[in-house]
Design a binder for this molecule. Structure first.
Ligand SMILES: NC(=O)c1ccc[n+]([C@@H]2O[C@H](COP(=O)([O-])OP(=O)(O)OC[C@H]3O[C@@H](n4cnc5c(N)ncnc54)[C@H](O)[C@@H]3O)[C@@H](O)[C@H]2O)c1
Length: 379
């Protein structure tokens, strides 16, 4: 099995998720490649203790990402930094010849994303992908199979979203994800939006235009030092798009990404209504896929418990439940598989491409304009 030596740049919440996935690679018995964590970069030395305790393979620890990019013993990098740093560090990584899995939104702004995509296109020998894991839930893979086999018939409507309630508490102190200068003007769309676009874009369903309603619900927050500061990021976004494959009829696609969705914890959902079949799934009940097949008779939803039927073979028995860290592991399997095999396992068992990330930026930029002018805006 080929070993790919990884550096992690940004060793916070998501850096730890990747490192943990690498540590249980033995879960995936059929992989052509394995990641090995050899280098770490974080500006906060306090972020690194957990890695030191758990990853004896690390030979480089630095506060300067350039040192990792200059290290010939690093083949690939995972970058999980605040959004204002994506453009600089992703472009530098690609120019240094490192394969890259970069966190969404893949640049803070549309021009940032365009610069990253241009850098990636200039180095086609490198694998450059954007993180997005919800497509790897078994129910989502089943829905993707239905799309692939054209089982929905004509699509009537698509609804996707990603809902949190992490910001319902107005006394939660502000952090970088609530600051426009670091998270970006997209607000919640930059944070959660790419996840809600992955399946649609991979299916070839491209938004033609959008009418967006964006909400700034909590306008100031504690600064963590006894004072209060403005919180100017959009908390919630609802986007209604006219969408369709090239040359086909359009259908409505509603995307909801919300940080203030009472009762929701970290829930992705996808609902597709078609003339021959419909399907719906939410990660709030991750094991449950609901399908309605219409052949002219009774219309009845059937319920399927999907268990652990993964795209990339796992040692976990198929009857056992699947969760967030399993989706992260499957996403990493998709990246490593594509790196080793030169192509994705399947069309839908694959990470978001830079071009798909760019399409999400075009959608979110149009959504900002739509909100500003209370108008439908072309994407
Ligand atoms: N895929 C997902 O489900 C998911 C979930 C959460 C966050 N994210 C994305 O992951 C990325 C990181 O988010 P996070 O939640 O891990 O954030 P985090 O704040 O937990 O971690 C970011 C880390 O970057 C470090 N850092 C900041 N500036 C740095 C610099 N100049 N040099 C080196 N290190 C620096 C910080 O010290 C921190 O440890 C973001 O793009 C975010 O949108 C993805």
């Amino acid at each position: 099995m080929k070993t790919v030596r990884f550096g992690i740049i940004g060793c916070g919440l998501m850096g730890r998720e990747f490192a943990s996935a690498a540590a249980r690679w033995c879960h995936l018995p059929d992989m052509p490649a394995r990641p090995q964590i050899v280098a770490l970069c974080d500006q906060d030395p306090g972020a690194l203790g957990w890695y030191r305790d758990n990853f004896p393979t690390v030979t480089q620890v630095t506060q300067d990402y350039r040192a990792i990019l200059a290290n010939p013993a690093v083949d690939a990098v995972y970058i999980a930094l605040p959004h204002n740093l994506h453009r600089e560090v992703y472009c530098a990584a690609i120019e240094a010849g490192k394969h890259l899995l970069g966190e969404k939104p893949f640049g803070m702004t549309l021009p940032d994303c365009q610069a990253i995509v241009a850098a990636a296109q200039a180095r086609p020998e490198l694998l450059v992908r954007c993180s997005s894991q919800s497509i790897f839930f078994p129910a989502m893979q089943r829905i993707c199979g239905m799309i692939e086999r054209n089982e929905f018939g004509q699509v009537i409507e698509l609804r996707t979203g990603f809902l949190h309630s992490s910001d319902l508490d107005p006394n939660k102190p502000i952090n970088w994800k609530r600051r426009v200068e670091i998270n970006g003007e997209y607000g919640v769309m930059g944070d959660l939006g790419a996840h809600a676009c992955h399946v649609a874009f991979r299916a070839g369903w491209v938004p033609r235009n959008v009418r967006a309603i964006l909400s700034d619900i909590v306008k100031e927050r504690p600064d963590g030092k006894g004072g209060r500061v403005p919180c100017r990021t959009w908390d919630n976004a609802t986007l209604l798009c006219e969408t369709g494959a090239t040359g086909a009829d359009t259908f409505p696609w509603t995307v909801r990404v919300q940080r203030i969705a009472p009762g929701q914890r970290n829930n992705w959902y996808t609902e597709i209504c078609g003339t021959r079949a419909s399907a719906r799934w939410t990660s709030a009940r991750a094991d449950l896929l609901e399908v309605l097949e219409y052949t002219g008779g009774e219309q009845a939803w059937s319920q399927v418990q999907t268990g652990h039927e993964t795209a990339f073979k796992s040692i976990t028995a198929p009857i056992f439940q699947f969760g967030f860290s399993d989706a992260i592991l499957q996403m990493w399997a998709a990246f490593l598989h594509e790196l080793a095999a030169g192509r994705p396992l399947t069309r839908f068992a694959a990470c978001l491409t830079p071009e798909e990330a760019l399409l999400s930026h075009r959608l979110f930029t149009a959504a900002l304009k739509s909100q500003e002018h209370s108008a439908v805006v072309s994407v």
